[in-house]
Design a protein around this ligand. Structure first.
Ligand code: MG
Length: 269
């Protein structure tokens, strides 16, 4: 009788196991394509998560230098639009707080009116203490260079997800070197140095590259984008003009932003 119960228990347990080819956005996946040039799959569940690092004490917000274009100074959304249907744009309805803006879920991503190529970008972001959920469901947003190349924004102090999907990741390609995320309710800082891709006709001849400093810690060291950021995919570049707008994702979750400024970077003579 005891063996029968054990057998029944084992049968029930095995019935609850996920299928061999599966995953979720807390653990990752094992049925995704290989990342080009790497030994890992996209959002690979066996890829080690980055080591946690405690960043130094936060400094107060870093003021923009004189040649920066201020995209958000805490007061208004005048530099941004929301994309509507059929290529139309409309005034954004993200919420303005005391010196910050907060995603109004399901109102759509924010897109800059101006376009940018090579740039230095400063962004501060916070996951509010009230945010709940897990995996890709807690504090998910993203900084999209040229509306395509994403550096992930996600609650990553306590919240677990696949290695290439946490804050500071080149989403779906490179995890951050380490994880210096601050707790919910505290401001995080990204300083991003981006080189736009170059195309000849439909072919990419120089991929996009990015360097990211996250709360004063290097997390991406001149890493390559393999194409437009896509969930569970990689490796597809779509030709586009040399300058494109910057966008901030709306993933239906409240994330705050403040002090966003950008500098166009030109090669020295
Ligand atoms: Mg995202």
């Amino acid at each position: 009788m005891r063996y029968l119960i054990l057998l029944a228990t084992l049968t029930t347990l095995s019935a609850q196991q996920p299928p061999a080819s599966a995953g979720d956005d807390t653990r990752g996946y094992n049925d995704t394509p290989q990342i080009i040039g790497q030994k890992w799959k996209v959002h690979d569940m066996s890829r080690p998560r980055p080591a946690k690092v405690t960043p130094g004490a936060p400094v107060s917000s870093v003021a923009p230098p004189s040649d920066a274009i201020v995209l958000f100074d805490g007061k208004d959304l005048s530099q941004w639009v929301t994309q509507g249907h059929g290529g139309t744009t409309k005034a954004p309805t993200w919420k303005l707080g005391d010196g910050y803006m907060e995603i109004a879920p399901r109102t759509g991503k924010l897109v800059t009116k101006q376009s940018f190529g090579d740039c230095q970008l400063h962004v501060e972001w916070m996951i509010p203490e009230s945010a709940t959920g897990k995996g890709q469901g807690r504090g998910n947003s993203g900084i999209e260079l040229m509306t395509r190349y994403e550096i992930q924004v996600l609650e990553s102090n306590e919240n677990l997800t696949y290695a290439d999907g946490g804050a500071g990741a080149i989403y779906g390609v490179w995890p951050p070197l380490v994880n210096p995320a601050r707790p919910q309710g505290q401001w995080n800082v990204y300083d991003i140095f981006f080189e736009a891709p170059h195309f000849e006709g439909s072919k990419v001849v120089k991929p996009a590259h990015i360097t990211v400093v996250f709360n004063g810690v290097l997390v991406q060291n001149y890493k390559e984008f393999l194409g437009t950021t896509t969930w569970r995919q990689n490796g597809v570049y779509e030709p586009h003009p040399p300058e494109q707008p910057l966008s901030l994702q709306d993933h239906d979750q409240p994330v705050r932003y403040r002090n966003i400024w950008i500098r166009r970077v030109k090669e020295s003579n």
